[in-house]
Design a protein around this ligand. Sequence first.
Ligand code: FCB
Length: 449
Amino acid sequence: MTLRQFPKDFLWGAATAAYQIEGAWNEDGKGESIWDRFSHSPYRILNGDTGDVTCDHYHRMPEDVLLMKELGLKTYRFSIAWSRVLPEGRGAANEKGLDFYDRLVDNLLAAGIVPNATLYHWDLPQALQDQGGWPNRDSSDWFADYARLMFDRLGDRVAMWATHNEPWVVSFLGHAEGDFAPGIADYSQAFQTAHHLLLAHGKAVQVFRAGSYQGNIGIVLDLQHPQPATSSEADQAACQRRYDVTHGVFLDPLFKGRYPEMLFEWIGPHAPKIHDGDMALINQPIDFLGVNYYMTFVVRFACRGGLLKLALDYASAPNWGRTATEWGINPPGLLATLLNLKENYGNPNIYITENGCAVADVPDANGFVADTGRINYLRAHLLAAHEAVQAGVNLKGYYVWSLMDNFEWAHGLSKRFGLVRVEFETGQRIPKQSALWYRNVIAQNGVQE
Ligand code: FCB
């Protein structure tokens, strides 16, 4: 067995998001978010689950930071609930909400863990949704003001900031499919949202550069690798449309200052309204790109495939099956994703900000889970990441999704992604075998082939 070691100073971590773990949805002055509204509406979430309590991290934060320390994490990626710090989305700040993130950051630093804060992980304040939400161009200014509030408060201690998490999900699952909050199904609003998320990103980066804050700033994209089903022209063109709508729409403006032209021709009247100067604002240098990778898709032309006329299948790599969310396991897709960024987007600094899987965990009598499936998944993806480093990709760190079992959006509490098991009835935390394995990976700065 060979130990594949990562570069010195490689940052090993785990990730979570506010709505998925915090609970305390209406405590200490927190305002309602679109995910509160969505999960409280009947039949939006499997089994009627909500994030009202979930891991109760809001009350158990010190214990959770100690857990991170025991696992040897060097960094922790979390998100800030906008409606906890600005209950109405703008205007008066909520001191108790700010105080919570202050204490979180201080506890992390005391434990020797680098804080990596995401400003937007999908939970827009409902008050801003009521004013048109992301399709309203003003949203980019609301966001920049919120970003300034957080930079001013935590900017002396947070080493890494991300503006958005997965703008594709917000735009398209939230506004074109309606699967996720705010539950809108309208391609025009979806593309306008994508543009405003990018604009908001650009304005927040501008605010960050203008201040004298510590740390770096970037954005986190979900890049699930698309492959054409066959070499036919129709399938290849369909795959390109898929690439453009998941990758190109965000990567091209961020790194090249333009949108994928062919896609905008294809979608015609759904293309977003863009003002002079927008593209330059979006195309500002960032310090790092966060990549969330979970799966690879096979894409084919489909006569009845909706606006983009395509159909998708999950693609497992040879000898790999599927996860508990049915996602095909495909480690080579991660390598391909990273190489594409190196070759076509100027080899940016990259962190894998999410990677992991849901497993049908079975606890023993003590609540311990021997999750070898998760270990195999993580090991294979880390070996792919290692290959990318050897090929010259500027990969600086890796975060497992997730630190602990939590509220998995439309799947509610039914899908478990954690290194640590959470008993949702009692709040008890029990590290799984994967957590012990990961601790060893971190200690060795590498993974056994
Ligand atoms: C990503 C999300 C994250 C989590 C994982 C499984 O798309 O960013 O919150 O739900 O999927």
